[in-house]
Write a protein that binds this ligand. Structure first.
Ligand code: SF4
Length: 210
């Protein structure tokens, strides 16, 4: 299960709205689920896997000043072994609280055992279940209301009340410039706003390219 390479698209820190408090967010690449309305279709295709050690060294100074690390995608459990290695490396220096978003259900992951179970053992919080465009998104931290927040570690128990709250309004959203002509929305927009953001970004892209 040891691996020293992770296929990831980038990270940002600090962000709000993707788990408790202010956090770092790491996006991994590769997801075959293809949920309609996915906010991150650019994460579907795998890319080049990169060494974990330099990533850990970049993340560590930033994580020292926030409440934890959120890992999203893409599908993090497609790279469970690599994420175990990353979390272990980070925790050599900082006992970072880790939240993962997954399209799988906790029960499926537990039944599968192996690397997925090893990753679950390392997590504080898991937000599980496929993104459903047809479901409302009114519940804190969830992309759609069918998703569930699991408090997996004893220290995550303090979030039980907060996890049951509705999404704060206005929603905490950030935009990260990925390249001069591409942008990433960080956070969970209201239904319908995703299309508006895409339109605004396409217009901005055209302007930058002029
Ligand atoms: S599981 Fe997540 S990343 Fe994959 S398609 Fe669905 S919403 Fe997008």
């Amino acid at each position: 299960m040891r691996t020293s390479l992770l296929d990831y698209a980038g990270y940002a820190c600090p962000v709000e709205g993707l788990g408790p408090g202010r956090r770092g967010i790491l996006w991994v690449r590769g997801c075959g689920r293809r949920c309609p309305g996915c906010i991150a279709p650019e994460m579907w295709e795998p890319g080049e896997a990169l060494p974990i050690e330099p990533l850990a060294r970049e993340l560590l100074p930033q994580l020292a000043g926030v409440d934890g690390l959120t890992i999203s995608g893409g599908e993090p459990f497609n790279q469970a072994a690599a994420l175990c290695a990353l979390i272990d490396r980070l925790r050599e220096d900082v006992d970072v609280e880790v939240l993962v978003y997954t399209g799988f259900l906790l029960e499926e992951l537990r039944a599968g055992g192996g690397d997925a179970a090893a990753l679950l053992d390392r997590l504080d919080l898991l937000i599980d279940g496929p993104f459903m465009e047809s479901a409302p998104n009114t519940r804190r931290w969830r992309g759609s209301d069918n998703q569930r927040v699991h408090l997996l570690s004893p220290r995550a128990g303090r979030y039980a009340a907060e996890a049951a709250l509705p999404m704060p309004e206005p929603r905490p959203l950030q935009v990260q410039m990925v390249t001069p002509v591409s942008f990433r929305v960080i956070g969970i927009p209201r239904r319908g706003d995703v299309a508006a953001y895409r339109q605004a970004m396409a217009a901005l892209r055209e302007k930058v390219q002029e």
